[in-house]
Design a protein around this ligand. Structure first.
Ligand SMILES: [Zn+2]
Length: 314
């Protein structure tokens, strides 16, 4: 099976995204790049270099619904009639009626002050412009096989970065297309999201992410093709470093919890004092994910009886 990486520019701090062309029948693209003229041209050019055009694409499989991954899906679908697939837990994130990234009810419980919340709202409204909504989308579930003439790719649901984040596994040569679940040199952010099974609750993103890392380990992949940065060929080393980093940060956050308690917003200011305002949503997501996991481990205690959740030492 021929898997060709394409590098597509994005307007985001993360830099370019790697999307993957599965050059088998049916011709399939894994992720698309954002909706910008530069990304569209980069996609057309790299397809042209291998003798293809957008209308040759038959399938688009999305690893999750962030704009840099799904932004061009509708354009591709319109030009080619390609089917678009996304994990069932993010199916409603890509349609016209999609939910805002910043879920007001959930983030309100972190204690974020109104001006900062308004700024986040505005920022994510801007970011949404980098993806067209897609209404004709098919949902996939864990273990779904995408069949090709020359083999198949299996969905491995790896929630954490987002609830529906998924990898695609080529069993024959133990190659894993990771989306944002595994990145070459940065730790993916466990974003504050609603739980798809009960949207009034926070998704336990960090706990699920750690489980996803273990699940990938069980697959024993020999090559991981990531969405940002290069390939990884030693997953065990990557896994050890990543889990150590995650554990160190969680310990630091637990140690910072004062006797009188603290909310997630205040904690995020303590843990990430210097990061720019446009990354505050990422900071508070990271913080609350750690606090919630520490609660589930019995290392902290949470009080949820007021408008803002407060964390205390156990
Ligand atoms: Zn992402």
């Amino acid at each position: 099976m021929k898997i060709l990486p394409f590098s597509i520019p994005t307007p985001f701090p993360v830099g370019p995204i790697n999307i993957y062309l599965i050059r088998e029948d049916p011709l399939t693209l894994v992720d698309t790049g954002p909706k910008t003229p530069e990304a569209r041209e980069a996609l057309r050019r790299q397809l042209r270099e291998v003798g293809l055009i957008i209308s040759d694409i038959k399938r688009v499989v999305l690893t999750h619904t962030h704009e840099d991954h799904c932004g061009l899906a509708r354009l591709i679908q319109e030009e080619s009639g390609a089917k678009v697939y996304v994990h069932e837990w993010e199916h409603d994130q890509i349609s016209q009626a999609r939910h805002n990234r910043v879920d007001r009810a959930l983030i309100g419980r972190t204690g974020v002050p109104e001006p900062a919340l308004a700024a986040m709202d505005l920022q994510y409204e801007e970011i949404r412009r980098f993806a067209d909504p897609v209404d004709d989308v098919e949902a996939y579930g864990d273990a779904r096989e995408f069949d090709f003439d020359g083999g198949s790719l299996r969905v491995v649901h790896t929630p954490g970065h987002t609830p529906g984040s998924s990898c695609l596994f080529r069993e024959a040569n133990r190659t894993l297309l990771t989306g944002d679940t595994i990145l070459k040199s940065i730790k993916p952010n466990p974003l504050l999201s609603a739980d798809p099974r009960d949207r009034s609750r926070r998704f336990p993103s960090l706990a699920r992410y750690l489980a996803s890392l273990l699940r990938i380990r069980q697959l024993a992949p020999t090559l991981l093709q990531t969405a940002h940065g290069g390939e990884i060929d030693d997953y065990e080393e990557h896994f050890q470093r990543l889990t150590r980093l995650i554990e160190e940060r969680r310990r630091r956050i637990v140690d910072l919890v004062p006797d009188e308690g603290i909310n997630a917003w205040e904690m995020s200011r303590l843990v990430f004092p210097k990061i720019p305002d446009n990354q505050r949503f990422l900071a508070v997501s990271e913080t609350i994910a750690n606090l919630d996991l520490a609660v589930s481990e019995g290392r902290l205690r949470i009080e949820t009886n007021t408008l803002v959740d407060a964390y205390f030492t156990a």
